[in-house]
Design a protein. Structure first.
Length: 249
């Protein structure tokens, strides 16, 4: 009994036990003789009656699965939508193959870990002077047969190529820079202008500040804001005519 118990302890679960039975009987995992394997599996369960209930429960679930498959094997075969027979063992076979793959991978990792334990590394022991040493540059070897005349030719050819890349038309264009306009500063300017002028036109205030498009837009926004808060009134006699602005005291 002790010898059998020792053999049972090596099984890590019901799938591990089933793989052992399949290997022991030398049967094809894709064509499991379910009656034979179920009988041998139940024999092992009889020997595990005194095992831990938590462990035993996993094996009992698999036993129920095997008995269910065995019962389905005795019934007429079911057919799927494509007219092919459904093998009741298919799900079990898939689980066994997946478990077997992971088991072999774990064994491979265990062997690699064991081999890694035999590996030793030598710590770095180079003196500081050796680590910081830099091989001096041999100028004669670096330059070789290069002469000042050849270097000058190379330099001139590089300059000529750079000149050839310059567009004779676009190179004379000026640099376009974006002029930043502060709306806050423009509000201050317009406020002072309104305070010192009772009536004026949009053109007059623009000519006082600037003629750029950015300033015109900012100034127009200031006019709209002052209209909103009721500090000015605007009018226009005709379409596209100048805008007349009146300060509201």
């Amino acid at each position: 009994m002790n010898e059998i118990s020792f053999k049972l302890e090596k099984f890590e679960g019901p799938l591990d036990l089933l793989l052992h039975l399949i290997d022991k009987n030398k049967v094809n995992i894709y064509d499991i003789p379910i009656a034979l394997i179920t009988k041998q599996y139940m024999d092992y369960l009889d020997l595990m009656r005194k095992a831990d209930l938590n462990i035993m429960s996993e094996f009992l679930v698999m036993a129920a699965t095997l008995l269910d498959i065995k019962a389905k094997m005795l019934l007429p075969a079911e057919v799927d939508e494509e007219g092919e027979e459904i093998d009741p063992r298919a799900d079990l076979v898939e689980k066994l193959i997946e478990y077997k793959m992971y088991k072999y991978i774990s064994l491979e990792l265990r062997d690699r870990e064991f081999s890694a334990c035999k590996t030793f590394y030598k710590k770095e022991s180079l003196p500081k002077e050796v680590k910081e040493h830099e091989t001096p540059v041999d100028l004669d070897e670096l330059v070789g047969d290069m002469t000042l005349f050849k270097l000058n030719q190379i330099f001139r050819s590089m300059i000529d190529r750079q000149v050839e890349r310059i567009d004779p038309v676009r190179s004379k264009f000026g640099k376009i820079e974006k002029e930043e306009v502060s709306l806050e500063e423009m509000m201050g300017f317009f406020g002072e202008y309104v305070a010192s002028h009772k009536n004026f036109t949009f053109r007059e205030v623009i000519e006082t500040k600037s003629h750029t498009k950015e300033h015109m837009i900012a100034l127009f926004l200031c006019i709209l804001e002052y209209m909103k808060i009721g500090k000015i009134k605007i009018s226009q006699k005709e379409l596209f005519d100048d805008i007349y602005i009146e300060s509201v005291a």
